[in-house]
Design a protein. Structure first.
Length: 104
């Protein structure tokens, strides 16, 4: 089992895009890399937790989420929050994944 704490929309150069879609893509790309480091991918994800700072971001977040997840998507919660540690952040995503392949 793998759990990844919330990933924020931040580039490796510490740049925070203004655009919600660009931030969400960075969150999911970071989660993709975490999954890959454990030999997993989004097909192993059983739960996603998303947090956005504005209801207007709901549809954009869902579009990005759907690009990464398999069909049917994992259980998912999206909450509107008042903010994050820095006001530039608009979205954060966490996940839980399970690899059911037998150990060798």
């Amino acid at each position: 089992m793998l759990t990844a704490s919330g990933q924020l929309g931040l580039t490796v150069d510490d740049v925070i895009p203004e655009d919600i879609e660009a931030q969400a893509v960075l969150c999911f790309d970071a989660l993709k890399a975490i999954l890959a480091s454990a030999g997993m991918d989004f097909s192993h994800v059983i739960r996603l937790g998303g947090f956005v700072t504005d209801r207007a971001y709901f549809q954009t977040y869902m579009r990005v989420r759907d690009r990464y997840t398999s069909d049917p998507p994992p259980a998912s919660t999206l909450l509107v929050v008042s903010g994050f540690t820095r006001p530039e952040f608009k979205v954060e995503v966490e996940l839980t994944a399970i690899d059911t392949r037998p150990l060798t």
